[in-house]
Design a protein around this ligand. Structure first.
Ligand code: PA5
Length: 444
């Protein structure tokens, strides 16, 4: 039998779940999957990410790659402006694959518009002053405040540095085909633009131009990434949960949730996955946290966080379980050499590799946490590359779609995100919010 690309070991969850419950939940998972496949559940107008992979043609990917090539040629820095789903996927892919320490001459991708820190924006402007740069501004709605503020400031910097024609040549926008302030601006100024498909929400958009362009600019093989996602799609067709790890993952996280483990921690032991966790947190947090239900999702990186959060995970209140991602083959390894003096008392590790130590640490941690009453499960990917990134993306997108339906929510909307915006606009006295402004003033 062909070996699975992604291995899933859930032995350390089984002591916490009852076999009858596992049997019973199969039906719920299967029904949820059918709802997703049949496109007849809530939010079914936002599941374009499922068919997207089959519709992607070579010309589209070549066009993205050509734009990326042009940006690489003309700039030392690409500033990607966006927030939430309009930045996390690209940031996750780039952090996953770029070297930890930037090579001197390579193009740098910097993100902006993902916060409202005046210091961040101010320091970025100073940093860019003597550098050639391009901008990829990304906003599906085209109206989001954070990226709009960053774009205005950085466009002005471009205008100080370059002629009108050159400015136009250095801006690429990714937004809705017809709606939103950004679309109006793009059409008026004649910038090159890519379209965010109507039926794909921000957190599912990493495999659209939203993620693909910045990822390609960073020199990552986007075709390989798509191949990984397609393989993942083929691997997790509707099947019995024992033959479908996405379904098993969904089933186990729900059984744990129902037993009071209402917090899921995504854990890595390779910091290149730290932003993958941020992407994952948005995917699950926005999809499931509504109607007063849902798991709270968080993340950790081991062994770093074993020296901080580890104490709680081991001994604290039994509210969380861990989903761990391990990389089988590290990108690079290092052997621990003999030291004749052995003053650090490390010679017992002579000729062992650092990755071997890392793996034993994870194995030991999983058992310790299990003994402490914290369930944990392990996903193993063969290595860090564009293919495994695409594979994991689709694995979790599919999982959250099915999981949301098991939970009984619409996994594809995010109504809660609007509340802070309304108050912020009122406090900023945005036209149209006068009534709320008066109400809020009384409460402050
Ligand atoms: O998942 C989502 O829909 C959100 O997180 C959005 O991606 C985020 O709010 C940014 O929105 P926009 O792309 O419209 O600027």
């Amino acid at each position: 039998m062909k070996e699975k690309y992604l291995k899933f070991n859930y032995n350390n969850v089984l002591p916490f779940v009852n076999q009858n419950d596992l049997k019973a939940i199969q039906k719920e998972v299967t029904n949820a999957r059918k709802t997703l496949d049949n496109k007849d559940g809530e939010g079914n107008d936002f599941i374009g990410w499922i068919d997207l992979l089959d519709q992607m043609d070579k010309d589209f990917l070549n066009d993205i790659q050509n734009t990326a090539k042009k940006i690489r040629k003309q700039s030392q820095v690409l500033v990607v402006i966006g927030i939430g789903g309009s930045y996390l996927g690209a940031k996750a892919a780039i952090e996953y694959m770029k070297p930890y320490f930037q090579k001197r001459k390579s193009l740098e991708v910097i993100f902006a518009g993902q916060n409202l820190s005046s210091t961040y924006l101010n320091e970025l402007i100073t940093y860019l002053k003597n550098k050639s740069f391009s901008i990829n501004v990304i906003s599906k709605s085209g109206t989001t405040t954070e990226p709009a503020i960053a774009f205005r400031a950085l466009k002005q910097l471009l205008e100080e540095k370059y002629s009108k024609e050159e400015v136009k040549d250095r801006i690429v926008a990714t937004t809705d085909a017809s709606k939103g302030a950004l679309r109006t601006l793009v059409d008026k100024e004649g910038y090159k633009s890519y379209v965010v498909p109507d039926d794909i929400g921000g957190r599912f958009s990493v495999l659209t131009p939203v993620g693909l362009l910045p990822i390609a600019v960073a020199g990552i093989n986007i075709k390989q990434m798509i191949r990984g996602a397609k393989a993942s799609k083929r691997a997790y067709k509707l099947k019995d949960i024992y033959k479908n790890d996405v379904h098993m993952y969904v089933a186990l996280r729900h059984l744990l949730y129902r037993k009071g483990f209402s917090l899921e921690l995504l854990v890595n032991n390779e910091p290149k996955l730290n932003y993958f966790s941020e992407w994952w947190k948005q995917l699950f947090g926005e999809s499931e946290g509504k109607d007063e239900v849902g798991l709270f999702v968080s993340s950790a990186s081991f062994t770093t966080d074993l020296h901080s959060l580890g104490q709680f995970i081991q001994d604290g209140k039994k509210v969380l379980f861990e989903t761990m991602i391990e990389v089988e083959e590290p990108l690079k390894d290092l052997t621990i050499e003999n030291d004749p003096l052995n003053l650090d008392e490390l010679n017992y590790l002579e000729n062992k590799s650092v990755d071997y130590v890392n793996k034993q640490a994870l194995k030991g941690t999983m058992l310790a946490h299990l003994d402490g009453g914290t369930p944990n499960m392990l996903l193993t990917i063969p290595k860090i590359d564009a293919y495994s990134f695409g594979y994991l993306v689709y694995f979790f997108e599919l999982a959250v779609g099915v999981s949301g339906y098991v939970l009984g929510v619409n996994p594809f909307d995010q109504p809660g995100v609007e509340s802070y915006k309304k108050n912020m606009f009122a406090l900023l006295e945005k036209p149209g919010f006068e009534r709320l402004t008066e109400d809020l003033k009384k409460r402050i």
